[in-house]
Design a protein around this ligand. Sequence first.
Ligand SMILES: Nc1nc2c(ncn2[C@@H]2O[C@H](COP(=O)(O)OP(=O)(O)OP(=O)(O)O)[C@@H](O)[C@H]2O)c(=O)[nH]1
Ligand SMILES: C=C(OP(=O)(O)O)C(=O)O
Length: 210
Amino acid sequence: MEPTWGVVLPVKRLGAAKSRLRGALAGVPHERLALALAQDTVAAALASAEVAEVLAVTDDPEVGRALAALGARVVPDVPGDGLNAAFAYGAGLLAHGPVAALAADLPALCPDDLSEALRKAAGPDRHFVADAPGTGTVLLTAPAGVWLDPRFGPGSAVAHERSGAVPLDGDWPTLRRDVDTAADLDAAVRLGLGPHSAEVAQAPSRCSSP
Ligand SMILES: Nc1nc2c(ncn2[C@@H]2O[C@H](COP(=O)(O)OP(=O)(O)OP(=O)(O)O)[C@@H](O)[C@H]2O)c(=O)[nH]1
Ligand SMILES: C=C(OP(=O)(O)O)C(=O)O
């Protein structure tokens, strides 16, 4: 089967991104860690057998260069409009096929977890995958031609369900593990980090994404 999914993934400017994680790794520049999280997420998404294209929405030139080098298409942000506007803009550019909105802070993501979730997301409904605590969202999907209607932010799992998106159940520990805090990073280290974050955190790398 040909891969069909377009994945959209927003990344803030590195100086402003992942502020709750600032200082989590002693001696490591914050921007380096923030970039590594996005690089591992993009590399894993590109390695998924279900993914045809990864589109990064970012205004940060360093992020743009690094993610393009991995094989992502990169477009500039919608000025000042925030996370959901960035998702919506990217989704519009991918609307020729099914769209998956993916959090960009999933450094433990294994391509197989994403592939299995995307296979379960096939069909006429919008779907979402909640984060490990169950309150946030790591993945929101829409079939080709259907408005993504992203409602990311605090309490987004409930917001997505109320908007008609169907929750997907599956273990997918590496997909559900978004990293907002130092404790989240520890949990991701226990799962095994992708190569960029593993190098930055000097921790073992588990699943291999090219
Ligand atoms: N392009 C773009 N990406 C965004 C924007 N806001 C958040 N993101 C990205 O969306 C993803 C999830 O957002 P959060 O987990 O809230 O990340 P964050 O805002 O960087 O983190 P905190 O500063 O700790 O709240 C991260 O990859 C962010 O970089 C935005 O306005 N534009
Ligand atoms: C953006 C989200 O949350 P967080 O900032 O916790 O990653 C979300 O879960 O929709």
